[in-house]
Ligand binder design. Sequence first.
Ligand code: PLP
Length: 302
Amino acid sequence: MLGSLEGGCALVYASGMAAIAAVFALVPVGGVVVVPDNAYNTTLSLADELLASGRLAEVRRVDVADTAAVTTAVRSEPHPQLVWLESPTNPLLDVADITALADATHQVGAIVVCDNTFATPILQQPLTLGADVVVHSVTKYLSGHSDVVLGAACAVDAQLLDRLRTHRTVHGSIAGPFETWLALRGIRTLPLRLERAGRSARVLADRLIGHPQVERVRYPGFGAIVSIEVAGGLDAADRVAGATRLWTNATSLGGVESLIERRRRHANEPTTVPVNLLRLSVGVEDVEDLWTDLERALDGAR
Ligand SMILES: Cc1ncc(COP(=O)(O)O)c(C=O)c1O
């Protein structure tokens, strides 16, 4: 089902990170990769770990929203073998021009990968835009109920799929059948959940722009994640996240219930992420209930 939604073939893994690790393993020993300067923190930690252990020769960090800068990084010698995109990025919600970056990447003979967890294939299909591999944390929107840990890698090229499948077999990162079945059931309501949560996210983003306790709102105009920077710094942001009752202060995202989290509380979060940034994963609750709870928590943090 996921393969047909993405326009390729999907392999499921025990987690999103298992799929991501399998894709990084496509890079030859001593290779060069280009990665976003903000993205899911453990993806970046994996790249750093591969560099520290000597498995990779270089990791180039780029702002994926800056097409010219990424293109320059891709064309610089030695050329990379893999360009990693996440779009929108977690948690700054930067959006990459996948088509232009896939073109530039292919010109130097490298492959381009896109983590499509935030957009889902309902809103964006990177394979049809030129990406070679799409990865997902199926744990998030695809499953949708915060009760599954699962990942996927999608591709069209038979050789890439073969290498990914072999890596999965020999590393034992195969998915459990029950998790896979739960994800299959979750995907059946994906368009409905995303439509509702996306509509609410737009309403909330508009209202948050006008709130005096909010310094900045990041929302790319689609999807159901909104990131805000709270006036008053780290402590004020922690007070907001601790004061909501309907929004649960927890990590993860993409479930039917709304979650709020200050991302820099994680030691491996990129320093490009402001300390006062809260990531809001908008769920399917009534939007007025969500606003009332958030507004009360923001007012109380003053
Ligand atoms: C964008 C993104 N990719 C990958 C992952 C990792 O997925 P998993 O938690 O299923 O290993 C996450 C987890 O938060 C994520 O947000």
